[in-house]
Write a protein that binds this ligand. Structure first.
Ligand SMILES: O=C(O)c1cc(=O)[nH]c(=O)n1[C@@H]1O[C@H](COP(=O)(O)O)[C@@H](O)[C@H]1O
Length: 238
């Protein structure tokens, strides 16, 4: 377990707040830029993070028709980020188009292509909501696994799943398939809108490559202390 396996999201409304958070937590090496910050402030934050030698997860969760997803992936891949997200439910054609587009975009820009990872089922969705609201008549773990397998067949590099499904995905998809787990909660933290959480240590033991941990750190009274507590807990799992 290394510090680089913990990704902290910059879920803040503007560039200034993002830079303040990066300054406040110099121990964090891997930051996530998501919809809130990218929509308000655009790609400037990516340059800021790169100038500080940070790794970047650009989490734009693309979900559209294949042609549009491919265009978005070409553009996103030109930034030279490490990870990029697409929803598995965009479907096979979009997943294949995205896989090819990240290579094209990165090659054209002369940068390393990002690892493309597919969201299986948002960690804010419960089994009950999957059945009753989304009308999906499949058990949740099976659904998440099927989404991951479809993404893998399309050449996608990995998946985003809740820690509760990660062991099964690891077993079925193998060790080369990247597994990223948000919805991670230390025992002392609020669950908030996360429905399928486990602790950081449990998630790593179950086979996650990376954990995305936001509010337990960023909304803590003392974010640095919260970070240290999590890192300490994780040292117990090697
Ligand atoms: O793609 C993601 O990172 C993601 C997928 C998912 O299913 N659930 C999920 O929570 N996330 C992201 O992970 C982060 C979790 O933040 P906290 O709930 O504050 O730890 C947020 O930035 C979410 O956008």
């Amino acid at each position: 377990m290394t510090n680089d396996q913990i990704i902290v999201p910059l879920d803040v409304p503007d560039l200034q707040s993002a830079i303040a958070l990066v300054d406040q937590l110099p121990q964090v090496n891997f930051w996530k830029v998501g919809l809130e910050l990218f929509t308000s402030s655009g790609p400037t934050i990516l340059e800021v993070l790169k100038s500080r030698q940070k790794r970047i997860f650009l989490d734009l969760k693309f979900h559209d028709i294949p042609n549009t997803v491919a265009g978005a992936c070409r553009s996103a891949a030109s930034y030279g980020v490490d990870l990029l997200t697409i929803h598995a439910t965009a479907g096979r054609d979009a997943l294949k188009a995205a896989t090819e587009a990240v290579q094209v975009g990165a090659t054209q820009a002369g940068v390393k292509p990002p690892q493309l990872i597919a969201i299986t089922l948002l960690t804010s969705i419960s089994s009950r909501q999957l059945a009753f609201d989304l009308k999906i008549p499949v058990e949740l773990p099976e659904y998440a696994l099927e989404m991951a397998l479809m993404a893998q067949e399309c050449g996608v590099n990995g998946a985003v799943c809740s820690p509760q499904e990660v062991a099964q995905l690891r077993q079925t998809c193998g060790n080369d398939f990247l597994l990223v787990c948000p919805g991670v909660r230390p025992t002392w933290a609020d669950k908030g809108d996360q429905k399928r959480s486990l602790t950081p240590a449990q998630a790593i033991l179950a086979g996650a490559d990376y954990l995305v941990i936001g509010r337990p750190i960023t909304a803590a009274a003392e974010p640095e202390l919260a970070w240290n507590k999590i890192v300490e807990e994780l040292t117990t799992v090697g």
